[in-house]
Design a protein around this ligand. Sequence first.
Ligand SMILES: Nc1nc2c(ncn2[C@@H]2O[C@H](COP(=O)(O)OP(=O)(O)O)[C@@H](O)[C@H]2O)c(=O)[nH]1
Ligand SMILES: [Mg+2]
Length: 259
Amino acid sequence: MQLSPYSIQKVSVLLPTYNEVGNIADLIEDIHSALQHPHEIIVVDDNSPDGTSDLVQSIISRGDIPGLRLETRVRDRGLTKSIWRGIELATGDTVVWMDCDFSMPPAVIPKLLAKAEEGYDIAVGSRFVSGGNQKQHAAGESRLAILLSSVLNVCLRLLLHFRFHDYTSGFIAIRRDMFQEIKLKGDYGEYFIDLIFRAILLGHSVVEIPYDCESRRSGESKTAPNIRILLKRGVKYLFVVLKMQVIRVKHLLGLRITD
Ligand SMILES: Nc1nc2c(ncn2[C@@H]2O[C@H](COP(=O)(O)OP(=O)(O)O)[C@@H](O)[C@H]2O)c(=O)[nH]1
Ligand SMILES: [Mg+2]
């Protein structure tokens, strides 16, 4: 694929949070230090009961991190909706988002941005390419969730596009103008499968950068706080895989796949 080098003017880092009071201050600081490009950091908090928004507001008031912004959503909680809200608020030409639990090291962001500057439309932090690692089990985490995530991604590779590896990454740098064409669909991590698969079918350049996934530093997982929620999420992921087969057929027939 022919890439045209691209000069990033401004990066918008979106941080969707729900109960991340133990992580968010250090994460903001680490991201701010890691970034060489002009940037803004937008925390989109779903009115977390642990006071995440209040903490971010106090950092903004101190003025230490220029470009730090806070959006507190008070209704219709959801990860995908929060990321989409961040995209609506973003003023950078390149958008990054990631988990706010330190599972995704801020030091990887410049590597993603370097790929965007090489001309890739999308650069994804990946646990499943050579050099990357899925997280090890740690206290308070679900072994089942970690195992299912690895198995799910092998299945997704077989069922969708074999050249891509981490369909549930959620760690991405992407040009903001892509969202004129593609919207985020779904309510939790399944939006990522949909986004990547559509982007690949549409011929966008997508690259994966390996990273070592760490255990959450503080607080609780929202994907797998218990088996019931994990299974509920799993069913939604399976529906998306089926939907992607419909999308594949539509694409083969030359029909629009961006609605
Ligand atoms: N705004 C918002 N963020 C959420 C919501 N659910 C999860 N998150 C955030 O999404 C990211 C991924 O969630 P996490 O608990 O780390 O999932 P896991 O890594 O799969 O265990 C974290 O930054 C969470 O704080 C939500 O409903 N709204
Ligand atoms: Mg996480």
